[in-house]
Design a protein around this ligand. Structure first.
Ligand SMILES: Cc1cc2nc3c(=O)[nH]c(=O)nc-3n(C[C@H](O)[C@H](O)[C@H](O)COP(=O)(O)OP(=O)(O)OC[C@H]3O[C@@H](n4cnc5c(N)ncnc54)[C@H](O)[C@@H]3O)c2cc1C
Length: 430
């Protein structure tokens, strides 16, 4: 057994570990534990305990508020644990707790297989899956967390356990939507599907001042769309892009695209056949590192005309993206997993990005104001789209009954709230 590698400021790799997606996050952990296996995580937890250090857990580093990076604390950096093993016969993948989504797709797609992952390949499997995990396959095959078969977990007490439907079932329930509250997942086992390797993307552009009827028609089509189609829209810079992503035979997707004639005549349009892997990477650059970021999210059970009108009044500098849910996401009974928002019809994220720190307050205020206009129509929020809302945000992500069950689980597995740098579910009485 080799010794666990701990880095301090000035060591090679220290700055790489502490740098995360949002350039606003510039914190310096006292120690970074570069973990290669569950044993390293156990050693890191023991050292944090003995030195009284706050713990952050890092996978992809895409938490918009930088939960992975504890100022003056100990970062459990899982990124060395990025191996992906595929069993083609059994349709299974075993994924290290620090892997990025792109590695998962790269291992499964040569076999025409995939499981649900998010839309940007440098996002972490860890944070995405533990919060739910929405992606282009979710309407057909469920959220990323719905495809989990089992997890290897290091608990707050330093035990290495397995969680599945048959083993530590309550912990497994909490890991599917409860975020990083209940332990460090060192390996995820996923179910894979025969998805093929092809996809189609269709986007129709309308000027924002003249898009109401197009967008209401788009909304109505989304409600009855086949599961291969995930309707998506973007409002940015005075233009509304309305369309869908199709995973599967592009010819069938083109056939479905005829339905979009109901939207009226667009100013311009983009229809692209692409590989599933390219689809998964297509936003990697625009959603890249090095920019300052802030976002707000909502879920909607429905999108009335008045909500669409509010969306079209969005500040042109804040990118509003809307993605349809439904299908297999809604097939799963609400109490089957911690993920709490199965009746969602659409998810909204309003995101600002900029470079100059002097603009921080103004940019954040603009994003907040745009999201506030939509708040009256919202039914809650996606835990992975929360930012700096704190306990109020967590109450938007889970129903009261779910929150009570999550709190009971937290009491059982992490009563001292060792894992609190996350969208935190505190133990009762804290
Ligand atoms: C560019 C971008 C695109 C996105 N696209 C999507 C999308 O398409 N679909 C979607 O559902 N979400 C999406 N998200 C949201 C994303 O799911 C969350 O930001 C998520 O928290 C990122 O996980 P991470 O591992 O990259 O982040 P990190 O910051 O490393 O971790 C986030 C949280 O999860 C905890 N955590 C991470 N890994 C583990 C682990 N193995 N064990 C225990 N705790 C862990 C961390 O402690 C932290 O609290 C996107 C985010 C960004 C920035």
């Amino acid at each position: 057994m080799t010794e666990t590698e701990f880095l301090v400021a000035g060591d090679d790799g220290y700055d790489v570990s502490r740098r995360v997606w949002n350039a606003m996050v510039d914190r310096r952990p006292a120690l970074v534990a570069r973990c290669r296996d569950a044993g390293d995580v156990v050693a890191a937890l023991a050292r944090a305990r003995s030195e009284g250090l706050e713990i952050g857990v890092r996978c992809g580093g895409h938490s918009v508020v930088g939960h992975a990076v504890p100022e003056g604390g100990l970062m459990i950096d899982l990124t060395p644990m990025n191996a992906v093993r595929v069993d083609v016969e059994r349709r299974r993948a075993w994924v290290g707790g620090g892997a990025l989504l792109g590695l998962l797709d790269a291992a499964t797609q040569p076999h025409g297989l995939a499981t649900t992952a998010g839309n940007v390949s440098h996002t972490g499997v860890g944070g995405l899956t533990l919060g739910g995990g929405m992606g282009w396959l979710a309407r057909e095959h469920g959220l990323a967390c719905d495809n989990l078969v089992s997890c290897e977990v290091v608990t707050a007490g330093g035990d290495v356990v397995r969680a599945s439907e048959d083993e530590n079932a309550e912990l497994f329930w909490g890991l599917r939507g409860g975020g990083g509250n209940f332990g460090v997942v060192t390996e995820f086992e996923f179910r894979l599907h025969d998805t093929g390797t092809r996809a189609l993307s269709v986007e129709l552009d309308f000027p924002v001042g003249d898009a109401l009827s197009a967008m209401t028609a788009w909304r109505d089509l989304a409600a009855v769309a086949p599961r291969s189609a995930t309707y998506a829209a973007t409002v940015l810079g005075g233009v509304v892009a309305l369309g869908f992503v199709w995973v599967g035979d592009p010819a069938e997707g083109r056939e479905h695209a005829r339905e979009l004639d109901a939207l009226g005549r667009p100013e311009s349009q983009r229809v692209a056949e692409l590989s599933y892997v390219d689809l998964q990477r297509r936003e990697d650059t625009i959603e890249g590192h090095d920019l300052r970021r802030y976002w707000k999210g909502h879920y909607f059970h429905e999108l009335p005309d008045a909500a669409i009108e509010a969306l079209l009044l969005h500040d042109p500098a804040v990118a509003a993206s809307i993605q349809a849910y439904g299908g297999a996401i809604a097939d799963v009974p609400d109490d089957a997993t911690a993920f709490s928002q199965r009746k969602t019809a659409f998810e909204y994220v309003g995101a600002a990005r900029w470079t100059d720190p002097a603009d921080d307050e103004a940019q954040m205020a603009t994003a907040r104001a745009s999201a506030a206009r939509l708040e009256p129509f919202a039914s809650g929020a996606y835990v992975n789209a929360l930012g700096d809302e704190g306990a109020a945000g967590v109450r938007r992500a889970y129903s009261p009954a779910k929150l009570a069950r999550l709190t009971a689980l937290k009491d059982a597995v992490d009563p001292d709230n060792v894992f609190h740098l996350n969208q935190n579910i505190p133990p009762s009485g804290r």
